[in-house]
Structures are given as C-alpha cells and as structure tokens.
Design a protein around this ligand. Structure first.
Ligand SMILES: Cc1ncc(COP(=O)(O)O)c(C=O)c1O
Length: 375
C-alpha cells in the first residue's frame, strides 16, 4: 500500500512511472458483460436483491462450475459476495473461532493473514521451496496439523508466485484434511489462468463437498475487478451462516453487477482464452528478461499473472530489505513493484505482468539497470 500510494503521488506530479504493482487485468470488461449491466439499468433492475445474491446468478455460478470442472453444486450451496475478498472474509469470520489454527502456505496472498487474525485465529505458515517453484505439498503441510487446525488455505495458481498445485498433490492435501474433518479452502480466483495444465477444481472429487470450501471470483477471469462479484460454493449450513453475516453488513452485491455476472458466466467464454494467450506471451517475455539480469533468479510462474523474482543480489549494500528496494526502485527508476515482505518472504518482489508489452519492456529495462547498479 505504501509503494502504491507513493506511485500515485509521483504520477499525480506528472512523473513517468511504470506500474507493475497492480493485481488486476489491464483488459477492459468484455462488451457482452457491459451490455448486460446497461440493460439491467434500463430495465430498472436497481433494487435490493436477496442478501446472498439472485437465484439467477447462483444458478449461473453452479452451472459454470459444473461445466468447467464437473462439480454438482446446487444454488442452495452457493452464495454471491461483494468480490472474492468478501467470500474469504465471510468464510473465515463464520468458521474460525479464537485459537483455531489456519494453515497458510508461504508466500501467501496478504489478505489471508489479516482475515484469520481478525477472526481471532492463529496463522500457521508453511514454507515452500523456491527451487521447486514455491508449490506447496501435502508432505509440507502434514507436520503442521494439530488438533486445533481448523482450515487449510490453498491458492492455486498463487498470487504472488504463480505456483500451481497439480491435481494429484491437491488430492493428497484433500485426503489429509478430509480425514481429520479440517476445512480446505480453495481460492480459485486465478483458476482459468494456467499455462501448462488444464483447469480443475478439487471440489469435483467424490466426497469433497463436505469439507472443501470454494472461494471464487469473477474479477480476474472476466476482467471485472471493479464490479465486485465473488462467490462461495460451500455446505448449505455455511451458506446460512455467511448469509446472516452478509445480510447485516453489505447486504446484496450490486444488482446490476449481478446481471453482468450472469452474462459473464452464461455468455461466450472466448475472452478468457484470449486473455490467457496474451498473459502467456507476456509471462514468457518477463521470465526471460528477468533471468537476463545478472544475479536474479526467477521461478517459472505456471499460472496467474505474476512473477516473483529473487532480487537478493541487490540487498545488503545500502538496501536492507525488499520494502527499501521497492521504495528506492520507485524513487530512482520510477518502477512500482510489491515488496515480498508483504507476502511473507524476504528476498523477492512481485511483478504483475497484467501490463502492456511496451510497459513491460520499459519497466524491465529500468529494473535491470537498477539491480546492476546496486549489486
Ligand atoms: C489470491 C486472490 N484471491 C482473491 C482475490 C480477490 O479478488 P476480488 O476481491 O477482486 O474478487 C484476489 C485479488 O487480488 C487474489 O489475488
């Protein structure tokens, strides 16, 4: 947040900042989705809806998930939320009691830690191996399970590393958790953005529906970050608890956005493939370009749209940590990145390649010069 605020300030002053900080698609929302929201406005679909979302959107979510992954959720097992963050917030608040332990692989998306802490839970961080692309395994998780473990959170593909948990490994993790009655939250926010494997959902496994909690979002898949539509596919009793919480806080997600969501899920899906093809080109370029910087290592992201290079070569001589690295990089070279400390590691920065090729070229050139200068 600190780096983003400073980048905004510099930009407002007219500085030429290359922004690799933003975690959102640079593509516009597809036109068919926008038209559906416009129609909703014109037809005065502008009133309250049920707090947990319209029946129409719940149906569309269940049908899309079934078509894509072979699951069989019913609308009664679905809740529509105000973005993916909201479903994760409400799930943790509904399920985590003070003292409950929640397993979070490192590097992690920042929000998990804070929502677990907010619920009074205890985060149990599980380190992963950079050499193996930061992917988490059942063997890494198992030693951390205790009688107090309430939930394991898996985010594949991962923000910030792009790591992917392959199906077999995810099944092993599921077996570990389900045998002990532990909830397995699968954050599927980037589930369609995979570069070398096919999308799947662990929720499709027989018996998974009792303990697997799907946290989904339309934000990245359909370039709809500002619309704020997320969803949960969870046991019906949990839908009830989350809906209670939601009905006294946000109430329903915005009515016209829900209509846009229906179109996103029921309409043509080719924009998703087009975005993926573009991200792949950018990923290949970014990785090759980062690895060309002397001393920089970068695990290959297998999904999402982030690279997580190890920039430790530039730490130690005047720059003490990745926050200082990001601050100085912004001040001197006008490139915004997110320091790895935010994601629980000490030697990395996150680069979002949801930016145009021209911006990537310009920014990586600057990053190269900056690292060489400080190595
Ligand atoms: C891993 C992960 N999960 C969930 C979300 C939530 O997205 P939103 O609240 O925009 O739907 C994000 C957004 O950055 C994310 O990176």
């Amino acid at each position: 947040m600190k780096v983003a605020a400073e980048a905004d300030r510099l930009r407002a002053e007219g500085a030429d900042v290359v922004d690799f900080g933003a975690g959102e698609p640079d593509f516009p929302t597809p036109d068919n989705i926008k038209q559906a929201a416009i129609r909703a406005l014109e037809q005065n679909f502008t009133k309250y809806t049920p707090a947990g979302g319209t029946a129409e959107l719940k149906r569309a979510i269940c049908e899309r998930h079934a078509k894509d992954f072979g699951t069989d959720y019913k609308p009664s097992e679905c809740i529509v939320t105000v973005g993916g963050k909201h479903v994760i917030f409400n799930l943790t608040q509904a399920l985590i009691n003070p003292g409950d332990e929640v397993i979070i692989p490192v590097p992690y998306w920042v929000t998990y830690k804070d929502v677990v802490n907010y619920a009074g839970g205890k985060c149990v961080f599980v380190d992963t191996d950079e050499e193996k692309g930061f992917t988490v395994t059942a063997a890494m998780i198992e030693p951390h399970l205790t009688p107090r473990t309430r939930m394991v959170i898996i985010n594949s593909p991962s923000n910030p590393s792009g790591a992917v948990v392959d199906r077999e490994e995810f099944e092993k993790i599921f077996r570990l958790t389900s045998a002990r009655g532990i909830y397995l939250m699968t954050d599927e926010c980037y589930c369609k953005f995979l570069y070398d494997s096919a999308p799947y959902s662990i929720a499709a496994l027989p018996g998974a529906k009792e303990t697997v909690l799907v946290a989904g979002s339309l934000s990245k898949t359909y370039a709809m970050t500002g619309w704020r539509i997320g969803f949960g596919l969870v046991p019906q009793a949990i839908v009830g608890a989350m809906t209670k919480l939601q009905s006294h806080s946000t109430s329903n997600p915005t009515s016209i956005c829900q209509k846009g969501g229906v179109e996103a899920l029921n309409g043509p899906q080719d924009s998703v493939a087009a975005m993926l093809a573009e991200y792949r080109k950018r990923r290949d370029f970014v990785i090759q370009r980062l690895r060309a910087i002397p001393g920089v290592k970068c695990a290959e992201p297998r999904g999402a749209f982030y690279a997580y290079p190890n920039i430790s070569v530039a730490l130690g001589k005047g720059i003490r940590n990745t926050l200082e690295f990001a601050e100085k990089l912004l001040a001197d070279a006008r490139v915004a990145v997110v320091p790895g400390e935010a994601f629980g590691t000490e030697k990395h920065v996150r680069i979002s390649y949801a930016a145009s090729m021209a911006e990537l070229e310009r920014g990586l050139e600057r990053l190269h010069g900056f690292i060489v200068q400080h190595s």
